[in-house]
Ligand binder design. Structure first.
Ligand SMILES: Nc1ncnc2c1ncn2[C@@H]1O[C@H](COP(=O)(O)OP(=O)(O)OP(=O)(O)O)[C@@H](O)[C@H]1O
Length: 309
């Protein structure tokens, strides 16, 4: 896959405090890459360094083969974490202004703007001043502004925050379509279910350093223990004494057994005694959300590693 963005050994300090160190990853054409981490981990700082809003103390940013001032910024789209647009400007004028800033042809920009406004349920708002829009509507307009010029690389800092589930779905669908059409996408998000659904690979930062880097399935394979959910009322002590069970819960009529990571499920299922009450049984790996919490709270007994470069 063609590399669009290469971030190499990025480091940044504010006064004495090192905020990110040794951050390296790539984003490929048509790929959705997530940058994750708890509050204050260094995600926005990484993104701002990529965007040239601040300069790194160490490391480099490469877009195709270009670095530094040679990076063609008009080929990049950016939705910043800080929301906010010129309040008294009309929606369509604002979108055309953003397209013009990126040297994008006016007529094409107008066609794209109208099509996107319709797609995002904002038809009829073309002449409304931004200040008359709801927060979610404003966010949709800002999202359209970040893609109006057909960027090759799209960077979205917390694109889903503050959106209702319907709008989240609209954004999710559009992000998928953009990637299918070849846009390289880097997004930060706290919504692990969306990341799990949407992204191909992830880079997780904790306290300014990389903790995980790999594809979603590799990350799940490496970090996600198995979880066996049984619909049935059972004795907790008996569940806990089964082989390879690290912990168990009985919540009403549902038993949950957390299993060791390398369990061979078909062989393990044979250990379940015949008298155990089972109406339904499923075995899954724990979710990305549970992995994230485990890392953020240092509960996974985890040490730094790269799964896949
Ligand atoms: N301009 C700045 N001056 C001083 N410290 C800063 C500056 N910008 C960020 N920081 C610090 O850098 C650290 C990382 O912040 P950053 O905004 O990158 O985190 P984040 O992962 O995006 O967090 P969140 O999920 O809360 O948005 C924080 O401790 C923050 O206080």
């Amino acid at each position: 896959m063609e590399k669009i963005l290469t971030v190499s050994q990025l480091a940044k300090s504010f006064k004495e405090k090192t905020v990110i160190r040794d951050i390296s990853f790539t984003v490929h054409k048509g790929e959705i890459m997530a940058i994750l981490g708890p509050n204050g981990a260094g995600k926005s700082t990484t993104i701002r360094n990529i965007m040239g809003i601040m300069l790194p103390d160490e490391g480099s940013i490469q877009f195709h083969t270009h670095t530094g001032k040679e990076i063609p910024r008009h080929k990049i789209g950016y939705l910043p974490e800080e929301r906010g647009l010129y309040k008294n400007v009309k929606v369509l004028d604002l979108l055309l202004y953003f397209a013009e800033l990126k040297d994008y042809p006016k007529q094409k920009a107008k066609e794209r703007a109208l099509a996107y406004l319709e797609k995002f349920d904002l038809k009829g708002k073309e002449k409304s001043p931004i200040e008359e829009l709801s927060k979610g509507m404003g966010q949709k307009v800002q999202f359209i502004a970040s893609i109006i010029h057909e960027p090759e690389l799209l960077i979205l800092d917390e694109p889903f925050s503050g959106l209702d589930p319907v709008s989240q779905d609209v954004f999710k669908q559009e992000i998928k379509t953009l990637a299918q059409n070849g846009t390289a996408i880097l997004l930060s998000s706290h919504q692990m279910n969306l990341v799990e659904e949407l992204c191909d690979r992830l880079f997780m930062i904790h306290k300014g350093s990389k903790v995980i880097y790999g594809s979603i399935s590799e990350v799940k394979e490496q970090y996600a223990n198995f979880k066996c959910t049984i619909k049935g009322r059972n004795e907790l002590n008996e569940l806990q004494s089964l082989p390879n069970v690290t912990s168990a819960e009985q919540n009403g009529d549902v038993s949950i057994l957390y299993l060791e990571k390398n369990v061979h499920i078909p062989a393990w299922l044979k250990y379940i005694p015949e008298h155990i009450s089972i109406q339904e049984l499923s075995v899954d790996r724990i979710s990305l959300h549970e992995i994230f919490i485990g890392i953020a709270t240092n509960n996974l007994g985890y040490k730094e590693g790269v799964i896949h470069e």
